[in-house]
Ligand binder design. Structure first.
Ligand code: MLT
Length: 236
């Protein structure tokens, strides 16, 4: 299976696309769906997210610039969702600076998965099962390359190598991501601390989030984007 990596969402038609926004949108989505949330609606704009949550009685969460959006009950820390839904809705509406918009834009792909360090092995198994060419979409920050997203893509490649008994055919960015994951394999947290967005989250007092997002293969699920919401196939 040929694997390419990129920082944008063009040319996804016919591929299995995996979107990575490791700090923190896709880590938050994976955590919520692994912890009892049934559906996560990724929404690009805050107003649209608020309106959807109000209309459907869903839980509302969102971040801009790394901080909770004023008036929203929840931000974008995975730790806010790791205990599962409290009484009320088990559907979450999430809007973030980059990640949720990237997931929506990736909808042109034949299959859209969300990847993170937390579920790298499960994503590798899912893309191998799907069998199409793979695009690893490193969402980045404001259109720019982010170290932690390449690291997430690289760990999926490491897991694909182990599952398939060899590396897939890769483009140069995928190769660089793979090498990055090998470099940080003993200390993924160091990789999350190193990048610009990791540094910013540390300045905002979010070290616990980084520690959580660095837990490699903590969850065995590969959330799928239906074009509307994210869910775990087979979980009704
Ligand atoms: C984003 O979508 O840009 C990120 O998830 C930002 C963050 O919450 O750290």
């Amino acid at each position: 299976i040929p694997v390419a990596a990129s920082c944008d969402v063009t040319d996804l038609a016919g591929t299995t696309a995996v979107v990575f926004d490791v700090l923190r949108a896709t880590s938050t989505i994976v955590t919520a769906l692994a912890s009892g949330f049934r559906l996560v609606y990724p929404v690009a704009e805050a107003d649209e997210a608020r309106a959807l949550a109000e209309a459907r009685g869903f839980l509302l969460a969102g971040e801009r610039g790394g901080e909770k959006i004023a008036g929203f009950p929840h931000g974008n820390s995975p730790l806010e969702f790791s205990a599962g839904p409290a009484a009320g809705s088990d559907a979450l509406v999430l809007t973030t600076s980059n990640g949720t918009g990237a997931i929506r834009k990736a909808a042109a792909a034949a299959c859209v998965l969300t990847g993170s360090l937390l579920n790298a092995r499960a994503v590798a198994a899912a893309v191998l099962r799907e069998g199409r060419d793979v695009q690893l979409v490193c969402a980045g920050t404001a259109g720019e390359f982010s170290l932690e997203d390449a690291l997430g893509a690289g760990f999926v490649l490491v897991e694909m190598e182990q599952a398939a008994g060899g590396l897939p055919e890769m483009d140069d960015l995928a190769m660089a991501a793979y090498d990055l994951a090998r470099f940080y394999s003993r200390d993924p947290l160091a990789g999350l601390r190193a990048g610009r967005h990791g540094q910013k989250l540390l300045r905002l007092g979010r070290e616990a989030d980084l520690r959580w997002c660095a837990r490699l293969n903590r969850f065995d699920l590969a959330p799928v984007f239906t074009g509307d919401c994210l869910m775990v196939p087979g979980v009704e």
